[in-house]
Design a protein around this ligand. Structure first.
Ligand SMILES: C[S@@+](CC[C@H](N)C(=O)[O-])C[C@H]1O[C@@H](n2cnc3c(N)ncnc32)[C@H](O)[C@@H]1O
Length: 313
């Protein structure tokens, strides 16, 4: 178990936009334990699998490459990742020759320790909530956020309150983005299920102070700010990711118990099983969205923000 002293400040605990305590509850239970479950890819979000023999590692790399393409990293010098986890994508982006700077935000102190130890060139790690992140207009050419949006709103709050948070997130991203830039988002969302039927186990033991959006919430929140150029619902990818993490945990169960105890391991086994079933049944979805900022210089002659012949998605 980690013995880290939690760092609290206005940068990590603003009035809204995500709860630091909720992040510590879920993530700061030990990097070694997380590594054991996630495997060498060290990625905690749905991968993109191809074929029955695909490995988790290859599928995670494919997922990150999809987002890099969707956010047009190939023409980006300056990049923001909101919710950078243990840094796998930060590393991949920093290896792109034209990239000059990558900023990664996380609320997890344990992740920050790991991220700083990676000593990635061009990368700035900030233990900071996006709701207080400061950047001049047009700072970033690409923004990517994978698996963090699920933590921005709270299930105890009303849908109206959550809508304000979602809108604020996209308004800020729009302002921070270069008009020629692009954004890529991945999040779990409610699918066929009603918000009020969300599992008490998930709400209290796994993701306290968090909530899921519906696709419609995202569409409403980006309205007038971002053009949606692609939406994918890859829910089976998340089911299979949960299954792979479950297998990793089972394969090294004794070590896991030695690291975090029997109760925690059981909690995660239950979580991965429930999650996998939820995705398979379509109760929850896994959304990937390619977004382009809308600007008022678009006219009948074309869209100056996009190079001629440039594919949107
Ligand atoms: C599920 S992990 C995903 C990590 C990584 N993107 C990946 O795919 O492996 C969620 C990440 O979002 C971060 N996060 C959640 N809410 C946040 C917020 N309000 N501001 C900044 N980071 C946040 C967490 O600290 C964590 O790093």
């Amino acid at each position: 178990m980690t013995t880290l002293q939690a760092e609290h400040s206005p940068k990590t605990d603003p009035k809204y936009g995500g709860s630091k305590e909720a992040i510590l509850h879920h993530y700061d239970i030990g990097n070694e334990y997380w590594r054991l479950m996630l495997g060498p890819a060290y990625a905690y979000s749905a991968a993109i699998f191809e074929g029955p023999n695909d490995t988790l590692e290859a599928a995670q790399e494919r997922k990150f490459r999809w987002h890099m393409k969707s956010a047009h990293i190939e023409r980006a010098e300056s990049v923001l990742e909101v919710g950078c986890g243990w840094g796998t994508l930060l590393r991949m982006i920093s290896e792109e020759p034209q990239v000059k700077k990558v900023v990664g935000l996380t609320l997890s102190d344990a992740q920050t320790v790991h991220l700083k130890s990676m000593n990635l060139p061009k990368v700035e790690i900030r233990t900071e909530n996006w709701a207080v992140h400061e950047a001049a207009p047009g700072t970033y050419d690409s923004i990517i956020s994978i698996g963090a949006f699920e933590h921005f709103a709270k299930h105890q709050d009303s849908e109206e309150q959550n809508a304000v948070v979602y809108r604020d997130f996209f308004s800020r991203c729009h302002r921070w983005l270069n008009p020629n830039g692009a954004m890529s988002l991945q999040t779990i969302a409610f699918g066929t299920m009603d918000r009020k039927d969300a599992s008490e186990f998930m709400k209290t033991e796994i993701y306290p102070d968090s909530d899921l959006p519906y696709l419609a919430d995202i569409i409403k929140a980006v309205d007038g700010l971002f053009e949606v150029v692609a939406v994918r619902n890859d829910r089976f990818d998340y089911a299979r990711s949960y299954d792979e993490w479950f297998k990793n945990l089972r394969a090294r169960r004794d070590e896991a118990v030695a690291l975090v105890g029997e109760e925690e391991v059981r909690r995660f086994e239950r979580f991965f099983k429930i999650g996998s079933i939820g995705f398979r049944m379509g109760k929850i979805w896994l959304l990937r969205l390619a977004l382009r900022p809308i600007h008022n210089d678009w006219n009948v002659m074309g869209t100056p923000s996009y190079a001629e012949g440039h594919r949107l998605a």
